[in-house]
Design a protein around this ligand. Sequence first.
Ligand code: HEM
Length: 469
Amino acid sequence: MELIYPAGIIILGCVALLLFLQWKNLSRPPCIRGWIPWFGAGFEIGKAPLEFIEKARIKYGPIFTVFAVGKRMTFVTEEEGINVFLKSKEVNFKLAVQSPIYHTASIPNNVFFTMHEKLHTMMKGKLGTSNVYRLTGQLTEELHEQLENLGLHGTMDLSNLVRHLLYPVTVNVLFKKGLFPTNAKKISEFRQHFQVYDEGFEHGSQMPECLLRNWSKSKTWLLALLEKNMPDIKACKSAKDHSMTVVQAMMNIIEMEKNEQNQPNYGLLLLWAALSNAVPVTFWTIAFVLSHPNIYRTIMEDISSVFGAAGKDKIKVSEDDLKKLLLIKWCVLESIRLRAPGIIARKVVKPVKILNYTVPSGDLLVLSPFWLHRNAKHFPEPESFKPERWEKADLEKHAFLDYFMAFGRGRYQCPGRWFALLEIQICVILIFYYYDCSLLDPLPKHSPLHLVGVQQPEGQCRIEFKRRK
Ligand code: HEM
């Protein structure tokens, strides 16, 4: 009897615990966990992550959890979940990105948390709509310089052509004029290391660096380059006028907070943020326009009506000119819509209710701009390149279309978005103004492997360009 009593209590306790766990699981979204402990659905999602998300949505419904490599990611695909993602106080941007930032740029968590708000606010101001247009003249000048190196005609892989233009232009405008190397060997070294760093960024954000030797080498090379050039980057006139670049302002803030040792790391992070999306978006915009002859023709008519016969003079582009070339802006936005980032994420800090489920704290709440942009409810004929759909957006008031989420939304949406749009528009205008262009290969598919950042082309696509007379 003495033995039966405690045994009964233990059994009852176990049953209660089982029931509790079952109830807890019932209230959670359906979970795909694979069969390998800890690794979970890692293999399945790793093979073709974008496709995996959509197949899971079709099978499990508007909210589901994927357990992979020790993490729980809960995907939301419909209005209610999207609203929680964008508006709830129980989900947190900084906690979601802090670990990838530590892995990719070696910025310690305590430094990241103290610096984040100040740096974000500065960038939002300097690259916001009331200041960014000050950079129009410099962007045009820098692009002219790079276009002159292209010669009178040629054939190139379009991705390489865009890198050739945007790497130096972006570095010279955002970091410091003249910082980008002009010597061919150094340029080639920079390009090679940045590409390795960019291509491995997604793995680098999750895996220990020691398993990614080449990637780690390129990261170290870029950090050393930034460290060596830091005194030159920081040498500037005054913090008061607008002559300070974004990176100079950033370094100023970091110095004031006594975190100088992390200046190269922040330089690397901004370099990646500024180039990794803008380069493929420029690629897609040119490729989509050239594969739609009617759109290309209309764009050329618009360009001639603003600047005169294409190719004749060295042109200056103004904010007013850009307003008249609305179709180009629509093409950029439509390209971003179709090739949007695979995912953006927030960390759940307190359990949140979505539909009939409770998402537990500790989960990453994930939203896929790529798939959201393919929902026919919000974007009719979602797979078609239709720049005219952007007529409905109030771009004068700097508003995108509802459910356009390529830059994120809310408090922490991309602070570089207006700069990206400006740079890409001017780049496209100048290429089309000076060169008669055509694609020598069909429009490539996008690589199925990318979740972080906009979609990259799969394989090469050559462009032929001839200088207009
Ligand atoms: C078409 C090009 C671009 C796309 C599609 C893009 C997209 C994004 C997205 C989706 C986020 C995360 C937002 C979220 O989670 O809600 C982000 C963050 C960020 N972007 Fe961009 N971006 C682009 C260009 C740029 C450029 C040119 C810069 C720099 C000049 C930049 C700087 C940043 C920074 C610093 C953050 C992190 C913000 C923070 O930590 O608070 N981006 N971007």
